[in-house]
Design a protein around this ligand. Sequence first.
Ligand code: NAP
Length: 320
Amino acid sequence: MAEHREVLIIGSGPAGLTAAIYAARANLTPLVIEGEPSSTSDQPGGQLMLTTEVENYPGFPEGIMGPELMQNFRSQAERFGATFLTQKVSRVDFSTSPFRIWIGDSNTEEPSYSADAVIVSTGARSVMLELPNEYELVGHGLSTCATCDGFFFRDQEIAVVGGGDSAMEEATFLSRFASKVTIIHRRDELRASKIMQERAFSNPKIDFLWNHEVVGYLGDSKLEGITVRDVNSGNESNINLSGLFIAIGHKPNTDIFINQLDLLDNGYIATQPDSSLTNIPGIFACGDVQDFTYRQAITAAGSGCMAAIDAERWLEEQTD
Ligand code: NAP
C-alpha cells in the first residue's frame, strides 16, 4: 500500500530544501526524496555539494562551504517537521490524482508513495569532460561557474573550455578578475551567437586556442595545469594554469518526467511565467530543473520558496 503525503518534494538542492522549509512551516509535513550519494558526492544535496567556498550566498559575510550550507538548509527543514528519504525516484505517474511516485523497482504496479501535490526540484548538472581526477579537482581550480568562483582567480592565468554562449559569457565575466583568459575550443569556429563572439574577440584579456581538446589535468589535489591535444596533428602539450572553467553545457535532470510534464525543447521543465506552476495542476517545479538563465543557489532557493507557497495555496483551493 502506497504511503500518502500531502506534499512530496523530489530533490534536495537549495530549491527543494527551501521548499521543504516553507512547506514544513505551513504544517504540510513534506517528505523530501533527496536522492542518493553518487560517484561525485557522498551525500545528496545538489551541485553545492561539489563546491568548496560559497561567498555570494547572502547572510554569510565570511562565506560558507557548500556542503555546510546544504546541511544547514536540511537541518532547518527537519526542525519544522520535514522528513527525508535518501533514495532516488525511479518513476512517476502524474496522469491521475493523487500523483504516484516509485522508488527502487519501477516495474511494480503499486507505487511507493502517493501525494496530493508534488514539488519537482531535481536540478541540472554541468556537462563535464569526464577526465580522470575531474570531480576531485572541482572546487580546487576546476569550476563550472564563473559567477561563483571567478573572484578566486584575481590576476591569474586561467582558461575556459567550450565554444558556445556560456563559454563566451564565462570568459567575458572572468576577464574582470584574471590577468588572461584562454578559451579552448575543439573546432575553429564558435557555436556562440555573433554578439557574444564579438564581445569575446574584442576583449584584450581573452585569447583563443582553436582546434584543441583538454585531455588531462595536472595536479593531484589542486589544479596546476592541463594537457591539451591538437585535434588536427594529435600532438599533446601541457599548459600551466591555476583555473579551468568548464562551459560545455548543462543537462537538466528531467529523464523521469519525459511524457509526464511539458518540457521545453532544451529539456528543462516548462513553468508558467512568474510562478512554479507546470502544465499539471498540483505539480510544481523550481530551481535549476526549470531555470537555465540564472542557475544560482539563491535564485534556486527563491524559486523553492515560490513552489511551496504555490503548492500550499493550490492545496487550500482544493478544500474550498
Ligand atoms: P552549447 O550552446 O551547447 O555549447 C556547448 C559548447 O561546448 C559547444 O561549443 C561545443 O562544441 C562544446 N563542447 C561540448 N561538448 C564538449 C566536449 N566534450 N569537449 C569540448 N567541447 C565541448 O551550450 P551553452 O554554451 O551552455 O549554451 C546552452 C544554451 O544556452 C544555448 O542555447 C545558448 O545560446 C544559451 N545561453 C545564452 C546565453 C546568453 O545569451 N547570455 C548565455 C549562456 C547560454 P561544438 O561547438 O564543437 O559542438
